[in-house]
Design a protein around this ligand. Structure first.
Ligand code: AMP
Length: 284
């Protein structure tokens, strides 16, 4: 497995592989890898000749008072997992290598206005910019993203269409702990009591999945989901919404594929979870 830290060494490796007719798959991550990331790497391994994993805690997607400094990092453990998953290249640049004195950014309108975009107004600009840059550096045939970050996945798909990136975007299902909590690098912030409290998210997802049905009123579903979160004293809802799965605009009646998404503070940790209704589930 190769490790690169600069754009130029990454490009020359990719150029070599492309010359040899290899297909390239990319899994963008912020590191502190867990089984959620591993599932993306596994899928990428199955579908491509060469597997590239980027490990980069992207400063531009963190807001001013967010957890950039505190974000968990363990590059050695990440390397071991990438090696175990048979990745070919890990791209691990420093922020200076990625941004230098950059003043060009990718901004996506509409889809980034609601859900997580409300509380994190600059987040998706940072995400689109770094993912766009990674697409230009790695020029992957396929790129793998988790349904866990449903808004991010929808936004990346739209960006690829709007800007004509020549890459296929593959969405992968949410990987959960045995008790239902969606795996996340941020779960390490939770103390024991908060870890138990955090189960209210997956319980609300489960309840939502039970009560949602074609033709039903979104508010009825949201009320049931809210009730579960409200029972948990350590939880504070940031948002729970039902939106069109493609446009991410609120829907009143569930008549077409929808995304039911939420962000909930457990203590000071903001966690997200979601489910899609009415669409083929992401490939396993
Ligand atoms: P992150 O390192 O948090 O930026 O995540 C990198 C990629 O892994 C994103 O596409 C995430 O959606 C995906 N991912 C994170 N957690 C999970 C999970 N529990 N299940 C599936 N994919 C995940």
């Amino acid at each position: 497995m190769e490790i690169t830290t600069t754009v130029s060494e990454t490009r020359s490796l990719i150029r070599q592989w492309k010359k040899e007719g290899m297909t390239i798959g990319l899994v963008p991550t912020m590191g502190f890898l867990h089984e959620g990331h591993a599932s993306l790497i596994k899928k990428c391994r199955e579908e491509n000749d060469k597997v590239v994993v980027s490990v980069f805690v992207n400063p531009t997607q963190f807001g001013e008072n967010e957890d950039l400094e505190a974000y968990p990092r363990d590059f050695h453990r990440d390397m071991a997992l990438c090696e175990e998953m048979d990745a070919d290249l890990v791209f691990h640049p420093e922020p200076e290598e990625m941004y230098q004195d950059a003043c060009t950014f990718i901004n996506i309108t509409d889809l980034s206005d609601n859900l997580c975009g409300k509380t994190r107004p600059t987040h998706f600009k940072g995400v689109c910019t770094v993912v766009g840059k990674l697409f230009n550096i790695v020029t992957p045939d396929n790129a793998y993203f988790g349904q866990k970050d449903a808004q991010q996945l929808a936004i990346i798909k739209k960006m690829v269409m709007d800007l004509n990136f020549d890459v296929r975007i593959v969405g992968c299902p949410i990987i959960r702990e045995e008790d239902g909590l969606a795996k996340s690098s941020r779960n390490t912030y939770l103390n024991e009591r908060e870890r138990t409290a955090a189960l209210c998210l997956s319980k609300a997802v489960k309840r939502g999945q039970e009560v949602i049905a074609k033709g039903c009123n979104s508010n009825d579903v949201l009320q049931e989901m809210n009730e579960i979160i409200e029972k948990e004293p350590l939880a504070k809802v940031d948002y729970i919404s039902i939106v069109d799965a493609l446009t991410l605009q609120p829907v009143e009646y569930v008549e077409r594929p929808v995304l039911a998404a939420m962000a909930v503070y457990i203590g000071r940790t903001r966690l997200i979870d979601n489910f899609i209704y009415g669409e083929e589930p992401a490939e396993q």
